[in-house]
Design a protein around this ligand. Sequence first.
Ligand code: ATP
Length: 240
Amino acid sequence: SPSTPLLAIRGLDVRYGPVVALSDVSIDVHEGEAVALIGANGAGKSTLLRTISGLLRPTAGDILYAGDSVRGLSAEAILRRGIAHCPEGRRLFGSLTVEENLRLGAATRRDAKAVARDLAHIESLFPILAERRKQVSGTLSGGEQQMVALARAVMAAPKVLMLDEPSLGVAPLITKMIFSRLAEMKAAGTTLLLVEQNVKLALSLADRAYVLRTGKVALSGAAAELADDPRVFQAYLGAT
Ligand code: ATP
């Protein structure tokens, strides 16, 4: 291909003890693209994000970032390289305030001025974050916690932002807002890798998508084409 993918997953196997969660998974994410990972519960979507971000160790395969293997690096080293992970909601530091959570997101950054500017910017995008700046995160609503999780990942100023079900437990209006912010980030050059149960929503943001089924890539292609492909829905039903 003419350009090296920014992120290239090659033949990845991941197990939880005897449970094979991912088997021979290969995925490309090019710079500036939004790529969606879709599939039924237990297909391995979260496992893939957790492996890329250094939280899980693959038993086989490789993870290439800008052409270099990052397999085996610590989660902090992966973040420093520019890959941020926004986990499924409510995985915040619940005893810390909103502001403390956001500042932790920027812990790997040195430029204090740029961090302050980004904090002000993210608070302008999500005014609730400014209103609740001193509130302990664990006492926020599910949707509010999801916004803090997203904002915390954004505070790392990542090149690649990985999102695990940003719509989960979030009211439709807030989901809409989160997705329009993600579209703006993509337009500004951030590369997105998105896990999302809401297929229609995922395919509306993504350029391309991969359908995972029981730990394997069952189908991939342009989002616009997959949106009309009945095999996508068969994959959810577990049919072949
Ligand atoms: P969901 O949409 O339900 O979150 P998913 O596609 O993100 O699903 P994963 O959470 O990656 O799926 O799970 C993939 C497989 O690995 C499932 O069969 C799951 O039961 C198994 N699994 C996940 N985490 C663990 C764990 N900590 N220990 C053992 N098995 C696990």
